[in-house]
Design a protein around this ligand. Structure first.
Ligand SMILES: C[S@@+](CC[C@H](N)C(=O)[O-])C[C@H]1O[C@@H](n2cnc3c(N)ncnc32)[C@H](O)[C@@H]1O
Length: 347
C-alpha cells in the first residue's frame, strides 16, 4: 500500500489503540528527532514494535519514505490512515508510505504492497548519504538503524586508522570510518549486491575509492587467513576461496548475522561467538580497537561480555577497556536488554 502523506483521504482516528500508542511513541521521540534533524539525520525509528505496545509493527523514516514493516500481523486502511496522518503531523513532512509485510521466519520474504520501485531514494545520517531504496533483493532495509550509535562511535574513532569491516553488508560501518578519516577500509561480505551498494554509497559521498576496498568473500576463511590461522574443514580442500595474507588492522568491526551457514562452517552467535571473536582479535593490532556486536535476543550482555573477556585472556592479550554502546533513544529498551548488544574494546 502506498500513499503520499497528507494526500491520503483516510480518516485518522487518534482515538484508536494504534493511534494512541503511536502518538505516545512520537511524543517520546520529540527531542531526539529535533536533535537528529539538527544533525541532518533523516533516517530513524518512529515506532519500535512490542516494546512500545504494538507487537509485529515497526515504523521507520528513511529519507522521503515512511516504512512500515509487519511480522505476523497486518494493516488495514484505517491503520494506514492513522500512521500516515500522525507521522506526517509529527514530522511536518509529506512522506511516501511503503509497507513491507514479512513472514517473520529466518530468511523471511518481503511483500511490498502496491509499491512500484522509483529511483533516487537517498537517506541522510550523521553527514553521510545512503541508498535507502525500500525494495531491493533482500528483505531487510539497506541501513540498520539500530546501529547508528555504533556508526557514530566509529566515526569518532577512525581518524588515520586501518579498518577491517567484517560482514559489511552495504558497508554502513565502513562508510562511517571513511567519514571519520580512516586511512584504509577493507569491507568483506559474501553478498556482491550489498557490497555494490556500499561502493556506490562511497562514491556518492565523494570518498577516495583507493582507500575504500570491498571484497566479496566468505568471512570465515578470509578472517582466519588475516589472523594467520589455518582455514578449517573439508571445504578448505575442495572449495576455492579468496587467498589473503596475514594482516593486522587498527580497528576491527565485527557485526555478524545471528546465524548463517557457508561451506566453511556456520556463524552462530549464540553457541559459538568465539570462532569469530578469536580470529578477529588476532587480526587487531596490539593496542588497537574492536567494535563487536551480538544481535541475538537469547544472549544476555553479562554472559556475552564474560565470554569476550575470557577470549582476550586466552589469547594472552590485555583488555585495556570494554565499553557498552547502547542503541539511541529511537530504539527504547525498558528492561535494558536490547537484542542488539554492542561492545567497544581496546585490546
Ligand atoms: C546483519 S548483516 C551485517 C550488517 C552490517 N555489519 C552493517 O553494518 O549494516 C549480515 C551480513 O553478513 C553477510 N554474511 C553472512 N554470512 C557470511 C559469511 N560467512 N561470509 C561473508 N558474509 C556473510 C550477509 O551477506 C549480510 O550482508
Amino acid at each position: 500500500m502506498c500513499a503520499r502523506g497528507a494526500g491520503l483521504s483516510l480518516n485518522a482516528q487518534p482515538s484508536s489503540r494504534l493511534g494512541q500508542l503511536l502518538s505516545g511513541a512520537l511524543e517520546r521521540r520529540r527531542w531526539l528527532l529535533r536533535d537528529l534533524v539538527a544533525e541532518h539525520t533523516d533516517c530513524f525509528r518512529l515506532l519500535h514494535g512490542a516494546v512500545e505496545g504494538v507487537p509485529g509493527l515497526t515504523l521507520d523514516r528513511y529519507g522521503s519514505v515512511l516504512l512500515a514493516q509487519t511480522w505476523k500481523r497486518s494493516l488495514d486502511e484505517s491503520d494506514v490512515g492513522v500512521i500516515v496522518d500522525l507521522a506526517g503531523e509529527a514530522l511536518d513532512e509529506d512522506l511516501l508510505f511503503v509497507w513491507n509485510h514479512r513472514d517473520g521466519g529466518a530468511g523471511s520474504f518481503a511483500r511490498f504492497f502496491d509499491f512500484t520501485e522509483e529511483s533516487g531514494f537517498v537517506g541522510r545520517e550523521l553527514g553521510l548519504m545512503y541508498d535507502v531504496r525500500p525494495r531491493h533483493r533482500g528483505a531487510d532495509p539497506l541501513l540498520f538503524l539500530d546501529l547508528r550509535a555504533g556508526r557514530r562511535k566509529v566515526m569518532e574513532a577512525a581518524l588515520g586508522k586501518t579498518v577491517l569491516n567484517l560482514f559489511a553488508y552495504t558497508c554502513g560501518l565502513g562508510l562511517a570510518a571513511m567519514q571519520g578519516g580512516a586511512r584504509q577500509v577493507l569491507n568483506l561480505d559474501f553478498s556482491a549486491s550489498a557490497l555494490e551498494i556500499g561502493r556506490a554509497n562511497a562514491a556518492r559521498n565523494g570518498f577516495d575509492l583507493q582507500c575504500f576496498a570491498t571484497l566479496q568473500a566468505d568471512c570465515l576463511p578470509a578472517l582466519r587467513q588475516l589472523a594467520g590461522l589455518p582455514v578449517k574443514g573439508r571445504a578448505s580442500r575442495r572449495r576455492s576461496y579468496v587467498r589473503l595474507q596475514q594482516r593486522r588492522f587498527d580497528l576491527v568491526l565485527l557485526d555478524p548475522p545471528a546465524w548463517s551457514k557457508s561451506p566453511f562452517g556456520a556463524v552462530d552467535v549464540v553457541r559459538d561467538y568465539m570462532s569469530l571473536f578469536k580470529p578477529a582479535l588476532l587480526a587487531t593490532a596490539e593496542g588497537g580497537q574492536m567494535m563487536v556486536t551480538n544481535n541475538s535476543p537469547r544472549v544476555l550482555w553479562d554472559d556475552w561480555v564474560a565470554g569476550l573477556e575470557r577470549g582476550v585472556r586466552k589469547l594472552g592479550r590485555q583488555l585495556r577497556s570494554l565499553d557498552r554502546i547502547r542503541p539511541e533513544a529511537d530504539f527504547p529498551s525498558p528492561d535494558g536488554q536490547s537484542p542488539l548488544k554492542v561492545a567497544w574494546l581496546e585490546v
